[in-house]
Ligand binder design. Structure first.
Ligand code: GDP
Length: 481
């Protein structure tokens, strides 16, 4: 949505020598040109659709398509430290978990079900219990996509901070719809309008102002307007048409795992398709086993878990990793075989990441552009970390004015601060290169990036950075390196 009038756009078109004749539809190129003029990002509906279908295909088989039923949304809360993520999660858990059973809330399993009355009918949604984009990014770097909707908490007395930007970047890169919770509206100095203003300048236009991002003013501490927030989330979920086929063998993702003194390896699964039952044989990552028992989010034993429902599973031979996929298979022999195959393929992935295969570097990008690798690359994904807020715009603008006829630049994240492991996760999941200007990379992050095959390029002189990017875009980088 453009925050401008039709007349203004017509004026712009005339000034470019284009004369639209009233009701005619604008061609893609013209729409792109207009959007560029207003600095609005164009998202090609067709490409989003294809991505969406590809994602669904990973979860669904042909046979599922006529048995799909609605499933609850899975929600992650993200935002800057101290903006109130934990307070919000705690409030929701205390007040919204089915009252009859809430009695003694046991130790969490990493996610919980919440009931939201919509038209006085209780509907379920599921909250992941680990707030923050770090967990979200780490899961995505492992290829997992569990979250359907991200609630991004922004404190009304503080506004957008670096981790707010990071959280938004992670949600956007994953294509997960965002609902903004403007928190702490009870505080002196709270200024929700300023927060909305700030968000609108980074491309998140509030629904109240004609945009498409729902924003709800809340006080997590006092529990004000939380119902509104949950209803908004459910509305967004409805538009997503979240579906699964409960009548098949389960598959999904591990969201948490560990070793329990009495139970042995325990893992919390979120079922994404099908229904998981006791006695099923599962393989997850490099672990496998027969499900000995299932526990729900209140620690109660259950017989089964359907789509979107988190359950704790015991019976695995080993502790899997958060982000591992699981699936039900026919027998323990098959499970063992699959687990071994998986271990083997992970070993070779690690080796090839070390050897640099499949790694996106600026020079491999440059040779792809110059046609050297047969790859067709039109977009360079950039994560930009700088020392000072003021440098962000300086560097970004200097890059943005480079001619983008053949290759466009896409900024996934621009933020202040040293390069972090969650930046690396974002780079892995989105095939991006990290550029640092006057920042450092801590040793642990450096080795993490090497393991993951992510390139981090650090600069102290802005012109060097710009030259390298320009040369890469023109397919010339290798000759200057
Ligand atoms: P997190 O780091 O994002 O998880 O933030 P916390 O939930 O730990 O909250 C940080 C601080 O802000 C705590 O002292 C909270 O009590 C306080 N806080 C959270 N929400 C609100 C709110 O709505 N109003 C006020 N006044 N304080 C809040």
């Amino acid at each position: 949505n453009l925050a401008t009038s039709e007349g203004e756009i017509l004026g712009l078109l005339y000034s470019k020598g284009i004369k639209p004749d009233g009701v005619q539809t604008l061609s893609n190129d013209i729409v792109k040109m207009v959007c560029k003029e207003y600095e609005v990002e164009v998202i090609d509906a067709a490409s989003v659709k294809v991505e969406e279908m590809a994602r669904k295909k990973e979860i669904f088989d042909e046979d599922d398509l006529d048995k799909l039923e609605d499933r609850p949304p899975v929600i992650t809360i993200m935002g800057h430290v101290d903006h109130g993520k934990t307070t919000l999660l705690d409030h929701i858990r205390k007040t919204k978990v089915a009252a009859s059973e809430a009695g003694g809330i046991t130790q969490g399993i990493g996610a919980y079900k919440v009931q939201v009355p919509i038209d006085s009918k209780p509907q379920i949604c599921v909250f992941l219990d680990t707030p923050g984009h770090e967990a979200f990014g780490a899961m995505r770097a492992r290829g997992a996509r569990v979250t359907d909707i991200a609630i991004i908490v922004v404190a009304a007395d503080d506004g957008i901070r670096p981790q707010t930007n990071e959280a938004i970047a992670h949600a956007k890169a994953a294509g997960v719809p965002i609902v903004i919770a403007i928190n702490k509206v009870d505080k002196d100095g709270a200024n929700p309008d300023r927060v909305m203003q700030e968000l609108s300048t980074i491309g998140l236009m509030p629904e109240d102002w004609g945009g498409d991002v729902p924003m709800v003013k809340i006080s997590a501490l006092k529990g004000e307007n939380i119902d509104d927030l949950l209803e908004t989330v459910m509305l967004v979920a409805e538009l997503q048409e979240l579906k699964a086929n409960p009548q098949r063998n389960a598959k999904g993702t591990v969201i948490e795992a560990g070793l329990d003194k009495s139970k042995g390896p325990v893992a919390t699964f979120i079922v994404q398709n099908g229904t998981l039952k006791g006695g099923h044989v599962v393989v997850c990552g490099e672990a496998y086993g027969k499900v000995r028992a299932l526990f729900d989010d209140k620690g109660k034993r259950v017989d089964e878990a359907g789509p979107s429902i988190p359950v704790q599973v015991i019976g695995l031979n080993n502790v899997p990793f958060a982000g591992d996929e699981f699936e039900v298979v026919g027998s323990l022999d098959i499970a063992r075989e699959k687990a071994e195959e998986r271990a083997e393929s992970l070993r070779s992935e690690r080796l090839s990441a070390k050897a640099g295969d499949g790694k996106i570097t600026l020079s491999s990008f440059a040779s792809a552009v110059s046609g050297g690798t047969g790859l067709d690359l039109h977009q360079l994904n950039i994560i930009l970390k700088v020392d000072l807020q003021g440098s962000i715009e300086a560097v970004r603008q200097a890059l943005q004015v480079l001619p983008q006829d053949n290759v466009t630049l896409k900024f996934l994240l621009q933020a202040t601060g040293d390069v972090s492991s969650s930046d690396v996760d974002l780079a892995v999941a989105s095939k991006a290169i990290i550029f640092g200007f006057n920042v450092r990379t801590p040793g642990s992050v450096k080795s993490y990036a090497e393991n993951k095959g992510v390139e981090i390029r650090l600069y102290k002189v802005i012109y060097d950075l710009i030259d390298d990017v320009r040369n890469a875009m023109e397919g010339l980088l290798e000759s200057v390196e």
